[in-house]
Design a protein around this ligand. Structure first.
Ligand SMILES: NC(=O)c1ccc[n+]([C@@H]2O[C@H](COP(=O)([O-])OP(=O)(O)OC[C@H]3O[C@@H](n4cnc5c(N)ncnc54)[C@H](O)[C@@H]3O)[C@@H](O)[C@H]2O)c1
Length: 306
């Protein structure tokens, strides 16, 4: 029988790209839920006519059973560092309580589908070890980072009592199609690649925070989606976390210069790491996943279109 899987946050940047990859690479039926808080229906319009995809508009808190699904990809969140300092309670609800709703359903039904949880490299803060492996000390610089970590720890703890089956993917700095949603009120905090390209298209200067020496490991969203697929397909219950980055690092100023010469500097933002740089060897060894798409290629295509 064809498998049925669930994507939470399907109308977001990463969720909508994951949907495309699952439609292309599997024969699964896919239910996608989204409350459109930061996502937009425009991101999934192209898939709405596909008989293998069903969109559920609403909050995932309304889900009453996960029994139809063999796998659950949990991406829904309020994923922005700066707003998490202000709307703290709202972020706890979206990022922790909602994730725990899924786990509660599993416990209540005594049914444990593979859960692929979208974690974040934000939990490393500014790491001591570069490149950074999964056993790096945790150092959360923002409520958002702490909330992403809290869910990881809940999964680990609850797995000591229940037969949870999960994989955490700690994304580094994703970029790619739909990373910038002008309708999202938090869009100033989305992927810097998307923000820069959007400003360049609108003939606006690129705003670099601080002196631009902060370095990022940029990973294409298709590679992220393929990591989700590899995590979902792993034959064993592994209950562990993997870094999902490209495995190289570029400064924000270097990135800006690759896009435009029209650059302005604005104040540094607190709570953000000085460097992210993934050691991806664990994902390569255990999931058989490695990133394939380069930032240079993506920028070339996008600048050609601009
Ligand atoms: N984009 C990044 O830089 C980044 C980096 C590391 C980790 N992540 C993680 O990846 C995941 C996806 O991030 P994204 O960049 O696609 O963000 P996004 O804001 O584009 O997508 C999140 C989606 O979840 C939906 N949503 C939020 N709460 C919901 C709820 N309670 N019920 C139903 N839908 C809900 C939103 O409407 C949105 O469509 C998040 O868990 C995020 O923490 C993102």
């Amino acid at each position: 029988m064809t498998e049925r899987v669930l994507i939470t946050g399907v109308a977001g940047f990463i969720g909508s790209n994951l949907l495309d990859v699952l439609l292309a690479e599997t024969n699964w039926h896919i239910d996608g839920i989204d409350n459109l808080s930061t996502g937009t229906k425009a991101n999934i319009d192209h898939a709405l006519g596909n008989a293998r995809f069903q969109f559920i508009e609403g909050d995932l808190a309304q889900l009453t059973s996960l029994k139809p699904y063999t796998k659950v990809f949990h991406l829904a969140a309020l994923p922005r560092i700066q707003p998490s300092f202000e709307l703290v309670g709202e972020h706890i609800t979206a990022n922790v309580t909602r994730a725990m709703h899924l786990v509660e359903l599993m416990i209540r039904e005594n049914y444990f589908p593979r859960l692929v949880y979208s974690g974040s490299s934000a939990i490393y803060g500014t790491p001591q070890n570069i490149p950074t492996a999964e056993d790096e000390a945790v150092s959360c610089l923002s409520p958002y980072a702490f909330q992403k970590y809290e869910v990881e720890k809940y999964l680990e703890l609850l797995a000591t009592r229940y037969p949870l089956d999960y994989v955490t993917l700690r994304y580094f700095n994703p970029y790619g199609p739909r990373s910038f949603n002008p309708a999202n009120s938090f869009n100033a905090y989305s992927s810097v690649v998307g923000i820069f390209l959007n400003r360049h298209r609108n003939r606006q200067p690129l705003l670099v925070t601080g002196d631009g020496t902060q370095r990022r490991d940029f990973v294409h969203v298709y590679d992220l989606a393929l990591a989700n697929l590899a995590a979902a397909r792993h034959p064993e219950r592994i209950n562990t976390a993997f870094n999902v980055g490209f495995g190289s690092t570029l400064s924000v100023l270097e990135l800006a210069r690759m896009i435009s010469a029209d650059i302005e500097f604005i104040a540094k933002r607190e709570g953000e790491a000085d460097i992210t740089f993934a050691d991806t060897s664990k994902a390569q060894q255990i999931l058989g996943w490695a990133p394939k798409h380069t930032l240079e290629n993506y920028l070339q295509q996008e600048l050609h279109r601009a």
